[in-house]
Every structure is written in C-alpha cells, then in structure tokens.
Design a protein around this ligand. Structure first.
Ligand code: URA
Length: 214
C-alpha cells in the first residue's frame, strides 16, 4: 500500500480503474448487465461504503445506490452532515446480477481485484459495509445481527458493518438500528484521526482474512 499517494494521483488512478471496470469481461455478468457500475464519490474520502451489487436503477444509470435504498442512504448521510460528494461508494460486484440474484463466488472473485485497488487508492479511514454480503466479504464468519455497529480494526482501516438500507426499508426495527449505527460514523472517523483507534493491529485475527483478500 502506497501511503504517499497524492490526491490528484488518487483521482487519476481511480478514473483509470473505472475505465478498466467498464470494459471488464472476466465473468458472465457483463453479458446480461446494461453497463458496469464502478463507484461514485470522492477519491480522497474518509469513509468508503460498500454494498453487494448494482440493482435495476444502478444498472440503468451506471451509479451505485440510486434506487430506494440509495435515497435512504442519502438521508442518513444528511443526518451526519455529509453528502455523496464527501464519501465514496461502490459494490463488491460491479455488474448487476440477472434478476438481482446473489453474486456467485466466481463472480465475486473475478471482481475482487477492482475493490482491492479502489481501497488501495482511496485509503479510507473507515470502510462501512452495507448488509450481510459485503460484511462477509471481509469477515466470512460474522453474523450481521451481532456485528452491526461494531468497529473492527483492520491493518489499514477500520471496518464498520452496517445493515443494508434495503433491509431497513423492509423492517422498522432494522431501520432504527441502522440509523443509530450510522450516527456513530463521525465519532469513529474522529477516533481514527486522533489515533485513539489505530487502524493497524498486527495481532488482530482479522489480518489473516485481509491477507486472503490481497
Ligand atoms: N444495493 C446494493 O447493494 N448496491 C447498490 O448499488 C444498490 C442496491
């Protein structure tokens, strides 16, 4: 990981990566999707949100989280005085799976280098996963009911699992929990900035998983 990346280089690398994602044919999803959805937001963001895969509206517009779940996300960001332009948002898989089915392991693996590079370029302080799928990408054995709202120290960032906004739209209790967890995001970023949480813990067992993702 290059800690010395300048913001203008981050922008350039992220744009180059987006064009690689747009022409990717490493799995079958590019044949059924309208277009790739690389990601959206700021190349130098403190917080990176990661969802599962584009849905109908994302596939149509080429931008992540523009449907109903995305509207809830915009509302939540507003509650912490942030907007899309302040954060970065992407998905584990960059093309929409047909009929919004779950992505297969092979599709996730094919897309993995793109997400890894996005994280390396942006170097976010906090990665907030949205939903079980994105959380299990980083923490394969975690259960969302127990791990939501609990920060996990990873080698280069703090992982913060959140419920998926789409799940919150279906269930009022999940929505309340998501709101409460979301409101803690600024506090977690501040803790990383002040060094109270250091996003590097060689003894943390999650390092092993991070190595697998490399
Ligand atoms: N759900 C996701 O996980 N990602 C999107 O981009 C939209 C909905």
């Amino acid at each position: 990981m290059n800690k010395d990346l300048k913001p203008k280089d981050k922008k350039k690398f992220l744009e180059k990566l987006a064009s690689e994602i747009k022409s990717c044919q490493k799995c079958g999803l590019c044949k059924t999707a309208t277009q790739a959805v690389p990601g959206d937001g700021h190349y130098n963001a403190d917080i990176m949100f990661i969802g599962e895969a584009p849905g109908f509206y994302e596939d149509r517009d080429g931008i992540p989280f523009v449907g109903r779940a995305g509207k809830l996300l915009d509302f939540l960001l507003h509650q912490i005085n942030l907007a899309r332009k302040d954060i970065y948002i992407t998905n584990i898989v960059k093309h929409r799976p047909p009929e919004n089915r779950d992505p297969t392991e092979a599709e996730i693996l094919a897309c993995q280098p793109f997400l890894k590079k996005q994280i390396e370029i942006i170097q976010p302080k906090v990665i907030a996963t949205l939903g079980r799928y994105a959380m299990n990408y980083f923490l394969p054995n975690a259960k969302i009911s127990a791990s939501h709202g609990v920060e996990v120290i990873m080698p280069n960032y703090v992982l913060y699992p959140l419920y998926h906004p789409a799940a919150a739209l279906r269930n009022g209790t999940v929505k309340k929990t998501l709101i409460l967890d979301f409101l803690r995001l600024p506090e977690i970023v501040k803790k990383v900035e002040s060094g109270e949480i250091e996003a590097k813990d060689q003894n943390n067992e999650n390092n092993a998983q991070y190595e697998l993702l490399k």
